[in-house]
Design a protein around this ligand. Structure first.
Ligand code: S3P
Length: 177
């Protein structure tokens, strides 16, 4: 199906620790396009890390910035786009992804189990939503979000027991099919 010329080649969604940023970089390299990450866009325009945006301005403000970042990247980034783990919860973003998919776009859900996500998340202080008890926070978050990830996805790829390079390769093959 025809895609708008400025639309992404693929959009990656999934929870923290699913490997979105790494896979976006590897997939972009394989496709010969640029990777982009909405978390990075937000930090760049806010001039501070996401953890500080949460503390200083609150999560609702972060979600506003995120909605704008996603809208703008979907309309202008002709490469591979990784979204922050919670971006799909915004109804406007979900609708925008549905429109992108209806126009032939690929929305890839990187599915992952807690056991494989945990070491990647690293249980550090960088993700404000996982403070306290990161394992149970992650699990609760994934339970709530899995239906949304599945609903927006045109392709589901399990990243358990696969390297990011293998995952990128699998997505590239699916895009060519
Ligand atoms: C969030 C995930 C983070 C970041 C923010 C909120 C979430 O991105 O956008 O901390 O709600 O799951 P990653 O999925 O890249 O960790």
């Amino acid at each position: 199906a025809p895609r708008a010329p400025r639309a992404p080649r693929a959009v990656l969604v999934g929870p923290p620790g699913s490997g979105k940023s790494t896979v976006a970089r590897l997939l972009a390299r394989e496709l010969g396009v640029a990777p982009r990450d909405t978390d990075v866009d937000i930090e760049r325009s806010a001039g501070k890390p996401i953890s500080e945006i949460f503390v200083d301005d609150g999560e609702p403000h972060f979600r506003d910035l995120e909605r704008d970042a996603v809208t703008s990247a979907l309309a202008s980034h002709a490469g591979v786009l990784a979204l922050g783990g919670g971006a799909v919860l915004d109804p406007h973003t979900e609708a925008a992804l549905a429109a992108y998919a209806a126009a032939g776009g690929a929305v890839v859900f990187l599915d992952v189990s807690l056991a494989h996500a945990a070491p990647r998340v690293g249980f550090n202080q960088a993700r404000p939503l996982l403070l306290g008890n990161p394992r149970s926070q992650w699990q609760a978050l994934m339970e709530r979000r899995r239906p949304v990830y599945r609903r927006v996805a045109t392709l589901v790829v399990s990243t358990d027991a696969r390297s990011p390079a293998q995952v990128a390769h699998e997505i590239a093959a699916a895009l060519r099919a």
